[in-house]
Design a protein around this ligand. Structure first.
Ligand SMILES: *Cc1c(COP(=O)(O)O)cnc(C)c1O
Length: 464
């Protein structure tokens, strides 16, 4: 191609369609896209590329796609039909309307650290501390960015350069490379391994506690179970042993449910209140697991220990922002009305959804989806199993129902399934299912908004 025939940047930018793009996205982004496209054309020409595509109109078509891609939302809503309700990669707990409204309200200037009565500086934690005290029975509480940060902060503030005995059965990895031994090293404390992988006894701890011990830590084995010849020390006995020696007992609870989930027909998960009843001096837990709120890490317990944690310079580095604080406070307030909690807190509502309702939803959506995929795949309503997610109760499944999609191809079904899953992910509101047993299964537990999901199905084209 003759490079002299390439239009100039100004000539392309002068086209009416390019002007419309400039009005929408701004001059800089459009000019950069034109330059990049012309550079591609020049590079193509050097390699003997064909001259077609070098017209001003074609260039504008391409830069429209390029610029729109740059301005499209990267982080966007999806339909979580994976069956994992608190899916870490899909943002864990969906927030209630009350939290979303509070986040919007706090988005401008807000009294985050400002006491409106005195007109003086206030405490960030003031927005949630009383609520947390009331809901957990703790004397005091503080909040950081997530539970991994809470564990790091507690260990650094209370055990720097000192020893922390932990059972070998609880040297956990949570995923996303959160490993307790690594966090302890980063926090500057010395891990003292106690007992064995399958069995740890009280005497093991008693022998490990000495003058250099800063605290004893128990990590809730949330994402795995040890079965067979096992022994773990009961929390109340371990707490007693710690207290007899003047050493704080800290429990990293992980999910940290605030209510007894068995009252809602779910597997029982240790609550924060129970941890205190067993004698914990401090408890750390996540805001976005079973609590059902925004990503946050909560440190609750003895007032003197919380005060020490709060004074640590690390606290400043790990603090949460006003928007998260607003959401957390709104979610905690929902817990003050237990009678309506299930109805208002999406995480709890989804985890406790009635199987008949889930199945009825699947039945209503089967035909519209089958129609879109007619001749390409068969869609049926199936029983399936959801899980809580975020490492909670990994062996317990929740009976659920969904749509199973099976491509009608003689061979290469795996490839067809992958193409279908990709088409679903490419929808304006991506639909994320899971491939199992040679089918794409859409677990309908979290498909509360059927109309919105049907609108996505209506835009689905059978993959080529
Ligand atoms: C999930 C979990 C963590 C990490 O919490 P994040 O909020 O994800 O940072 C730490 N400890 C335990 C026991 C957990 O289950």
């Amino acid at each position: 191609m003759d490079l002299r025939h390439l239009p100039s940047v100004d000539a392309v930018a002068g086209q009416a369609d390019a002007q419309a793009l400039i009005a929408q996205f701004g001059r800089q982004a459009v000019i950069e896209a034109i330059r990049a496209d012309l550079a591609d054309l020049r590079a193509g020409a050097k390699n003997g590329g064909a001259p077609d595509g070098a017209s001003g109109a074609r260039i504008v078509q391409r830069i429209a796609v390029r610029v729109a891609g740059q301005f499209a939302l990267g982080l966007k809503p999806v339909f979580n039909l994976t069956g994992t309700v608190l899916h870490t990669n899909l943002g864990r707990a969906p927030l209630p309307a009350e939290a979303i409204a509070a986040m919007t309200a706090a988005a401008g200037a807000a009294n985050l650290e400002y006491d409106l009565e005195s007109g003086k500086r206030g405490e960030r934690d003031d927005h949630v501390e009383d609520l947390l005290k009331r809901l957990t029975g703790a004397e005091a509480a503080t909040v950081v960015n997530n539970n991994a940060a809470a564990v790091l902060l507690v260990l650094n503030a209370l055990a720097n350069k000192r020893e922390v005995p932990v059972s070998r059965g609880e040297l956990i990895e949570i995923g996303g490379s959160f490993r307790l031994p690594d966090i302890m090293a980063r926090a500057g404390c010395r891990l003292v391994e106690v007992g064995t992988t399958n069995r740890t006894h009280l005497a093991d701890f008693e022998n490990a506690i000495g003058p250099k011990t800063a605290l004893v830590m128990k990590a809730h084995a949330s994402n795995f179970v040890v079965r067979g010849f096992t022994a773990a020390v009961a929390e109340d006995r371990l707490a007693q042993a710690c207290h007899a020696r003047g050493v704080p007992f800290v429990i990293d609870l992980g999910a940290g449910s605030l209510i007894d989930l068995s009252a809602h027909g779910l597997p029982h998960e240790p609550t924060v209140r129970e941890a205190f009843a067993h004698g914990a001096d401090l408890v750390t837990f996540s805001g976005d697991k079973l609590l059902g709120g925004p990503q946050a890490g909560i440190i609750a317990g003895r007032a003197d220990l919380v005060a020490k944690v709060r004074r640590s310079p690390l606290k400043r580095a790990l603090r949460i922002d006003k928007v998260t604080m607003a959401a957390l406070a709104a979610v905690l307030r929902l817990y003050l009305d237990p009678d309506r909690l299930r109805e208002r807190l999406p995480a709890l509502r989804l985890l406790t959804r009635n199987l008949a309702d889930i199945r009825a939803g699947a039945q209503r959506l089967r035909a519209p989806l089958a129609q879109r995929l007619a001749g390409w795949a068969e869609v049926s309503v199936v029983d399936c199993a959801s899980e809580i997610g975020s490492g909670s109760q990994p062996l317990q499944s929740l009976p659920s129902a969904g749509l199973a999609i099976v491509p009608v191809v003689a061979r290469g079904r795996g490839g067809a399934l992958n193409r279908l899953a990709r088409s679903m992910r490419a929808l304006p509101v991506p639909v994320i299912g899971r491939i199992e047993d040679d089918r794409l299964v859409l677990d309908m537990r979290c498909a509360e908004d059927e109309a919105a999901l049907a609108a996505q199905f209506a835009q689905l084209a059978p993959p080529a």
